[in-house]
Design a protein around this ligand. Structure first.
Ligand SMILES: [Zn+2]
Length: 136
């Protein structure tokens, strides 16, 4: 997986766990991603160094405010794209997730501003999840 993509993937999944009030640990992420605990541990250390996560022994892994900002942006991109694919492009809701997984990593504020505008500030994605309100 490409570096930026991997970073954003971790932040997004940690954000979703936090949003559902679940404690985030290396074990949980390892089981979720289907990769070894040492690999997850390594990535967590990198994200801590980048000041996107806080982690201490025997404590849950948590997003820093910078990490949360980035995670919310990726989640917003993902959910806006899913909504766009369903509402504008007439995709079936069950067929949009994989496409959104790719497009969410594109770095183009004008693109996402336009997508958001075309959706008239809608707040819920096709799967019923709230779309974080981000200024792209
Ligand atoms: Zn999805």
């Amino acid at each position: 997986m490409k570096k930026t993509k991997e970073k954003e993937h971790y932040l997004k999944e940690i954000y979703k766990l936090e949003a559902s009030d679940q404690n985030v640990s290396v074990s949980i992420l390892s089981a979720m991603f289907g990769i070894s605990k040492p690999s997850v541990s390594n990535m967590i250390k990198k994200l801590v160094t980048m000041e996107l996560l806080n982690s201490a022994p025997y404590k849950a892994i948590v997003l820093t405010s910078e990490g949360r900002k980035l995670a919310r942006t990726v989640v917003a991109k993902h959910r806006l794209i899913e909504l766009f694919l369903v509402e504008i492009m007439d995709f079936e809701p069950e067929n949009v997730h994989e496409i959104a997984e790719e497009i969410e990593h594109i770095e183009s504020p004008p693109f996402f501003r336009k997508v958001k505008k075309m959706l008239n500030q809608r707040e819920i994605d096709p799967h019923g999840s709230p779309i974080p309100d981000i200024e792209f």
